[in-house]
Design a protein around this ligand. Structure first.
Ligand code: ATP
Ligand code: MG
Length: 264
């Protein structure tokens, strides 16, 4: 087998069975999942990758709000059988990605049965091979839907901050994920760090707990600094990498994106 054929085979394998799906999770809310998912998807698209961005926050979807996107269809239409998943996708030219919007404003998506969740996952599996990467913004909490979508992704980014509640929720999420039949690659992302050192200390705290009590060696994905540019870009519904490309936080996300692209 030539090197090229070998690479093609690896690429096809990665795209099948959700291996090219990257889910962003946290346990605790408000730690920056939605904003990071959008910005990472944008960074991958800028690097020439074909990307699908999925709003997997089934209760309080807000990817479309942060993007200022008016999607005609969303995941509720897919689950109601009104529209196939591939037809519910819209292209967002601001970030250069396809987007599958979530649904908000009703409880319809919060109490999905296991069967409905499996259908959702199977639809995603069918769609994922059409893309280089699929990013999923997961909701807050540690529900069945979260662990199902996360557990079947190739990689899960687990976001945390230095707050004890955030660390404790991230730890619980990692524990649940490690008990799934098919454990994805886990990468820790520390957000709201004041300095690189502080971020590394936060990672060490979580890492030691997981080593001692779960026997898991965590891998650091990246450290993201606290930066007012994040709030500004969300307020103006403009992508960070377009409106604030020279900030420290834009560099943090670009570094994380580069690392994930090499993360075979
Ligand atoms: N690195 C950062 N620096 C400054 N502010 C940040 C940073 N990351 C996130 N934020 C702020 O945190 C808030 C929450 O961000 P976001 O909505 O992306 O979090 P989330 O985890 O998706 O929340 P939810 O659990 O509600 O879905 C936003 O107001 C954003 O401005
Ligand atoms: Mg969110």
């Amino acid at each position: 087998m030539t090197n090229n054929t070998q690479n093609d085979t690896q690429e096809i394998y990665k795209r099948l069975n959700g291996r090219n799906m990257i889910a962003i999770a946290s346990g605790k809310g408000g730690v920056g999942k939605t904003w990071l998912t959008i910005t990472l998807a944008h960074a991958f698209a800028q690097a020439g990758q074909k990307v699908l961005l999925v709003d997997g926050d089934l209760g309080l979807a807000n990817v479309d709000i942060q993007l200022g996107l008016n999607a005609l269809y969303d995941l509720s239409g897919v689950l109601n059988g009104k529209i196939p998943m591939n037809k519910a996708v819209v292209y967002d030219e601001n970030i250069g990605c396809d987007v599958l919007a979530g649904h908000t404003g009703s409880q319809a998506m919060t109490g999905l049965s296991e069967g409905q969740l499996q259908l959702l996952r199977d639809d995603l599996y069918m769609l994922a091979p059409h893309y280089d990467y699929v990013f999923i913004d997961l909701g807050t909490g540690i529900s069945k839907s979260m662990s199902l979508l996360a557990g079947y992704s190739g990689t899960v980014l687990i976001m945390c901050t230095d707050e004890p509640t955030s660390l404790s929720d991230a730890y619980t999420f990692i524990k649940i994920l490690s008990e799934q039949p098919q454990t994805p690659k886990m990468r820790i992302v520390v957000n709201f760090a004041n300095t690189q050192k502080e971020g590394e200390r936060t990672f060490q705290t979580l890492s030691k707990a997981c080593q001692n009590f779960l026997n898991i060696d965590l891998v650091l994905g990246g450290i993201l600094h606290q930066d007012s540019a994040v709030k500004e870009c969300i307020k103006s519904q403009m992508p960070l990498l377009t409106s604030y490309p020279n900030t420290i936080i834009a560099k943090d996300v670009s570094d994380l994106a580069k690392q994930l692209m090499q993360d075979k």
